[in-house]
Design a protein around this ligand. Sequence first.
Ligand SMILES: NC(=O)c1ccc[n+]([C@@H]2O[C@H](COP(=O)([O-])OP(=O)(O)OC[C@H]3O[C@@H](n4cnc5c(N)ncnc54)[C@H](OP(=O)(O)O)[C@@H]3O)[C@@H](O)[C@H]2O)c1
Length: 261
Amino acid sequence: MTPSRRCFLSIGVAMGAFAFFPSLAPSLAQDAAIPARPFVAEPIVHPIPPTTRPMRIGVIGSGNIGGTLGELWARAGHQVMFSDRDPALAQDQARRVAGSRAGTAAEAIAYGEVLFVAVPFGAWPAVAREHGAALKGKVVLDPSNLNVARDGAAAEAALKKAGNTGDAVAAWLPGVRLVRAFNTAGYGEFAKQAARPGAKMAIPLASNDAAALAIAVRLVSDIGFDPMPVPGGLAASAKFETRGPGAGVKTVAELRAVMGL
Ligand SMILES: NC(=O)c1ccc[n+]([C@@H]2O[C@H](COP(=O)([O-])OP(=O)(O)OC[C@H]3O[C@@H](n4cnc5c(N)ncnc54)[C@H](OP(=O)(O)O)[C@@H]3O)[C@@H](O)[C@H]2O)c1
């Protein structure tokens, strides 16, 4: 089996090679417009208490944020299936994360009571084309943030038109029970802050679907964060966009203060 390029990259060998021999890179990137990032496992610092209500969670996009959140949920006792456009990466995550498994995106969608779709913001139209029908009616947690350099001008225009990330993604995925979640900090912070002692790190959430939001609340608290649903439906995701005042490692009280709630 071909080892995942991400694990290869994570030991820091190939990055130098690609920097010096860029002609090697196209064979690794399946979509030149959305270049891949190396996966680097960040250590999870605090023990995650076992959940009393395990759920099946399908991960689509098993890179840095998908791999980290999948690992946190698996440590809590949830049943996690990793998938990725690069099947070797999903298989590597399944080998790395005890109790998890790997599958195709279609298998992860069929498996998951909840999906964590951790792809670049600019990849949503492709996800919608390939999996939009299967995702209809599914609860989907969405951590995506626009990165213009990575996602391109069309993605930037879609976000501008919608006015916030939640409504932009929802426009691509009609019928999906979307919840904005885990977009406000880097994956290394989620690994470090999960289940920390004392006041927990708050995770702001936004959704138009109350039942989906309730599931997200449970999954956030299961891995040792304080869920903070922000009133106002998906449009409320505007209050915690990346690099905005709602981003970063904050408690619920701190988030309420910056959001004026
Ligand atoms: N990294 C963070 O700390 C962080 C924190 C909060 C939010 N986010 C957001 O989370 C999203 C993912 O970020 P990341 O840092 O985890 O990126 P990443 O490490 O590059 O992982 C993204 C994964 O999505 C896969 N992918 C791309 N297009 C796909 C498609 N159409 N179908 C299935 N899989 C696809 C990529 O596969 P390929 O290898 O084939 O490209 C890649 O493995 C981004 O929107 C980012 O803004 C990231």
